[in-house]
Design a protein. Structure first.
Length: 162
């Protein structure tokens, strides 16, 4: 009887430690970015920050080859709920989710620009229906496999200030 109880306790401890470790580590090989104490997120190795800076809003831009990652913190100019899908957006997908406990929408689509197809994945944290967005992020790439990477970046967001 004692051995069964010990086995149950051991399994519980291993599960608890594994869950704790997984939730508190960044993605292996990725870099954790502190966005001026407002929030943090992780980017895959190889992304380089540009000198882009905002006067009225906090923003950031990173490139890895032709792949562009961008964020905008604060009251963004995101389109209202009814205007968010444009006719040129192909392969449109949209998901309602939560990011670090906050309401969010993720949408992905492709477009043809200058004769080339590119893929965009966007994150809107806040009340998208009423165009009240706290954090906007997007990743633009010519590789459709980067859609999954963008979603991993978005899911790595942690809000540091209320």
């Amino acid at each position: 009887m004692k051995s069964i109880i010990l086995q149950v306790i051991l399994v519980f401890l291993i599960f608890s430690l594994t869950s704790f470790k997984a939730s508190n580590t960044q993605i292996s090989g990725w870099t954790k970015i502190d966005a001026d104490g407002r929030f943090s997120f992780c980017l895959p190795a190889g992304f380089t920050k540009t000198d882009m800076a905002g006067v009225e809003r906090y923003l950031g831009e990173y490139y890895k080859g032709t792949t562009r990652f961008f964020f905008l913190w604060g009251d963004t100019a995101s389109d209202a709920y009814s205007d968010r899908r444009q006719p040129e957006m192909q392969d449109y997908e949209e998901t309602e989710t939560t990011i670090d406990g906050k309401r969010a929408n993720i949408r992905s689509y492709s477009e043809v620009k200058n004769g080339k197809r590119f893929y965009r994945v966007e994150l809107d944290v806040g009340d998208w229906k009423n165009a009240r967005i706290t954090l906007y992020m997007d990743l633009e790439s010519n590789d459709p496999r980067d859609i999954a990477m963008a979603k991993q970046i978005f899911n790595s967001v942690k809000f540091l200030k209320p």
